[in-house]
Structures are given as C-alpha cells and as structure tokens.
Design a protein around this ligand. Sequence first.
Ligand SMILES: [Zn+2]
Length: 318
Amino acid sequence: MADLYLGLDIGGTKLAVGIANAEGRVLADAAEPTDPTSRPGDVVEALYRMSQAVCAKAGVGLRDLRAVGISYGGPVDYPAGVTVTCHHLQGWENVPLVRMIAERFGLPAAMDNDANAAALAEAVFGAGRGHTHLLYLTVSSGIGGGIIIEGEIYRGATSMAGEIGHMTVKPDGPVCTCGRRGCLEAMASGWSIARRAQEAAAAWPGESALKRLAEITAQAVAQAAEAGDALALEIMRETADNLAFGIGAGVNLLNPTLVVIGGGVSQAGEVLFGPLREALGRYALKENAQAVRVAPAALGAQVGVLGGVALARSARAG
Ligand SMILES: [Zn+2]
C-alpha cells in the first residue's frame, strides 16, 4: 500500500480530518463545527471518531497509516509537543497534545501552529512546489505567517518565529488584537479592511456602492473593488500597500523566491495582488524584489488538513 498520512486540523470554528498520500492527494476527509465548550480530551475523542469514519471511507485501517500531523489554531511549544494556549477555546494551556494523539491513534505524531502547517503544506503540495525559500501569510480575520527555509519550517528559539501579522508597520496606528499599535494585522486584515472602509465611506464625497450597505465587510469591499468602485479600489490599494510594507521587510530579511498569500482576503484576487506587487518594488531592495514572486495560495479549504499531512510526513522522517 502507498504511504498514507492522517492530517488533523483543530481550529476555532471547525475540526477537520483527512487522509492523503505523500503527494498531498486527499483520499477522504470530514469536518465538524468545533464545540466551544469541549475540553482537550473530548476533542481528541472527536478527532478519533472522525478519523475512523474517514478511514472507512478510504478503505484503510487507522494502523495502516504512517503518521498523524496536527495543525493547531494557536501557539505551540514545538519541541515539547505541547499547546501554549488557544485563541478561541478555554482550557488549552500546556496540553501535551502530541503525546495524547500518538497514544490514542497508535501513530507517530507531530504538531505545529496552523500558519506554520499551512506554510509547509503550500511549500510541498501547493503554490510553493519547487521553492525551498518561502514566506507564507494567511490574511483573513487575523494575519498569520510561516517561514520556510531550505524546505523546512523556521520556528525560532521558542517556536514563535514567523509572526509577520504583529510586525509594527505604523507605530501610532490602530490598536491590534495583541494590544499593541499599528501591527500589520491592524492595518491589512479582514477587520481592518472593514473598519477603514466604514470610516472612508462616511467621508467619501463621491458615489460608492459601499455607502449603500448596512454593514461593510472585507468581502464586500473586495467585490466592489472588482466592479470598479473607486472607494473600494482605494481601500484595497491601501491594504496592498500596508501588506507590501510588512512583506518587504520579510523579503529583505529572508530573501525568499516566493511569497504565498492565503486566507479569505487573498480571494480578492488582482485588485489586491496587482497593487501589492507594485508596492513591493518600493519596499524591498531591488535585488530581493527581483528574486521573489507573489502568488495566491493553492490549497484552499484543504490547507488545514494538508498542513497536518505535511507535518505527518516530517514526523515519519524524524
Ligand atoms: Zn498585533
């Protein structure tokens, strides 16, 4: 039988499970809403039950799989295999999740935070195939980041590298979810787009579809921009400029050949990527800007499960 791996995705809103081969082709998968009251032991049991169902669908036994990998929606202590906390759920401080999963599933296990897992998945299965030096950003409600150097996740001394979303891009800027001011997340995430659009719409002298909306969301701004709405295009250009400021610093620091951008905001397409590429030429050194391409993520909704699978492949090798 071909080498098969199990990927587990533990997010704030969703638990997902999938089986894939070493090339990242998903044979079977399943997802359920996360129960916000469930404790770590309950989540392990839910994932085990879901994994058995997915195995049955794929026609394999759990013990036929090579390893299991966990994409976790919060910071982890990677060498210890322990969660630090969770941004969405209570009771997830210092949970030895790698040991719990390895024992319950009877498989070698590995875990990383969701942004690092997604970065690795895009590098080995997605938009980053063929690239050994890659910077990944997920731009959605928040902004997460992952760094791939020589084909491996760069984690730093305490598993906290890659936090590009909390790089300061405007010292006196708006307050971020982390409590500091002017982080990239506060200047370019989904909530930042929505907030800047609301403020701009109130002051905009001309006509704009955004002025007629009861609630302006990032998605609405992207759609209006695509339809040629001048105010929405200005918000997206400003967002792209803020992103390019942070990415430019990352590109000068790391000299990657590819920047992959995933998450809901990346679905805005060329109204975001066009001005972003143009602005990156201003914020990165010429040599670094010439060496790098900016591309949308390729794995879509499967990135969580495939992040787990990518980690599982390294668990097996390690
Ligand atoms: Zn922040």
